[in-house]
Design a protein around this ligand. Structure first.
Ligand SMILES: *[C@@H]1O[C@H](CO)[C@@H](O)[C@H](O)[C@H]1NC(C)=O
Ligand SMILES: *[C@@H]1O[C@H](CO)[C@@H](O)[C@H](O)[C@H]1NC(C)=O
Length: 350
């Protein structure tokens, strides 16, 4: 009996290796400008995340002719962003250094909503699926944003997640140099020291650990941190390639545990502290005032409170030698008072 020769592996390997290249060599607007209609949400994620996880880490070194960019990822429900005029000032004259992606939970099919930023910034709505609090849908949306931004532009070197209630506290060049000074690049993500009493109810929110978290996530490795962060490209790739932890974190919380169900505050800090703690600053650049936590929401600043002093106070951090670059939450009515001090305080180099 003769055995058949194995098919030569070379063509297959070549095909596999060229997949990311094919993507990058194709027209830049592969990412739809508007929402695509999604028939099966899990198909969308499989497709997007799979494609992004094939990206090679070597794309992290951009060609020297073009400077690396910061991708701003807006996670929102309504397609209009109340502070887009302030962000426009923050971005202006830096459009070659930024990318903007928006995940907005509009049911599809839906006519494309107007983009909240001028076309000079080339903003995109990414294919989105509605999100809701107390469910893993917020993690899924962030993974989708990271995947879309990774695939869209190899120059995207950092990925900053923002909510519609976020504002900048400093001019763009300060933020840029904060990210690009450390070498190798670091992620600015909060990873708090573990506090077992606080963490345990959150660890068991999906049910008994034996059937929900273990063996991948022992309690000693479970972490909490702010939902908003800036990740390096290497860490963004690490997130979109992760299936091991996501399989656990995507399980729904028990109805009796909804008070302890904030999976988006745990997934990213836990994953990064397990995989690469040394490349994390453990400090998020986003100032959030939790002193009066109402129903899981931080302090919401109102228009009367907006002042140069507030902005200067919010920049300062007691626990870190880094300064805060952004803050939340501000009510939409704060736009005018913020615009009034934008040029003289918020976006002024000091
Ligand atoms: C962040 O915390 C981890 C432990 O979770 C530690 O290994 C790492 O060195 C810390 N990073 C910085 C910059 O302090
Ligand atoms: C945070 O909120 C508390 C309670 O409302 C308030 O007393 C404090 O001044 C706030 N901090 C800042 C920096 O605004």
């Amino acid at each position: 009996m003769t055995t058949l020769p194995l098919p030569p592996l070379a063509p297959l390997l070549l095909l596999l290796l060229s997949l990311p290249l094919i993507f990058f060599l194709s027209p830049h607007h592969l990412l739809p400008q508007t929402l695509i209609s999604i028939t099966n949400p899990s198909d969308l994620d499989d497709h997007l995340l799979r494609r992004a996880s094939l990206l090679s880490s070597s794309f992290t070194s951009p060609p020297p002719s073009a400077p690396p960019k910061i991708a701003f990822l807006f996670l929102t429900i309504s397609p209009d962003l109340p502070f887009s005029p302030l962000w426009t000032l923050f971005f202006s004259s830096h459009s070659s250094l930024i990318s903007i992606y928006i995940h907005s939970s509009i049911p599809s099919p839906h006519p494309p909503p107007p983009l909240p930023f001028s076309s000079s910034f080339n903003p995109r709505f990414i294919p989105s699926i509605p999100t809701s609090r107390g469910s893993p849908s917020l993690i899924a949306a962030v993974r989708r944003l990271l995947a879309a931004a990774l695939l869209d532009d190899p120059l995207n070197a950092f990925f900053t997640l923002l909510s519609p209630h976020c504002i900048p506290l400093r001019p763009f060049p300060s933020f840029h140099s904060t990210l690009f000074s450390p070498s190798p690049p670091l992620s600015f993500i909060e990873i708090l020291p573990p506090d077992p009493l606080f963490l345990y109810p959150r660890y068991i929110a999906r049910g008994p650990p034996e059937s929900t978290m273990l063996p991948e996530i022992p309690f000693s490795q479970f972490r909490v941190g702010s939902q908003f962060f800036t990740l390096s490209r290497r860490h963004a790739l690490l997130v979109v390639r992760d299936r091991r932890l996501w399989r656990k974190f995507r399980l729904p919380c028990l109805p009796s545990s909804l008070d302890s169900c904030y999976p988006e505050e745990h997934y990213f800090p836990t994953l990064l502290s397990m995989m690469d703690p040394e490349s994390c600053t453990n400090f998020t650049l986003m100032n959030v005032n939790w002193s009066d936590n109402v129903d899981g929401h931080p302090r919401l600043y109102s228009p009367e409170e907006v002042s140069p002093e507030l902005v200067r106070t919010l920049r300062k951090s007691e626990d870190s030698n880094h300064e805060f670059m952004f803050a939340r939450k501000f009510s939409p009515e704060c736009l005018q008072p913020l615009m009034d001090i934008a040029q003289t305080v918020i976006l002024k180099e000091e």
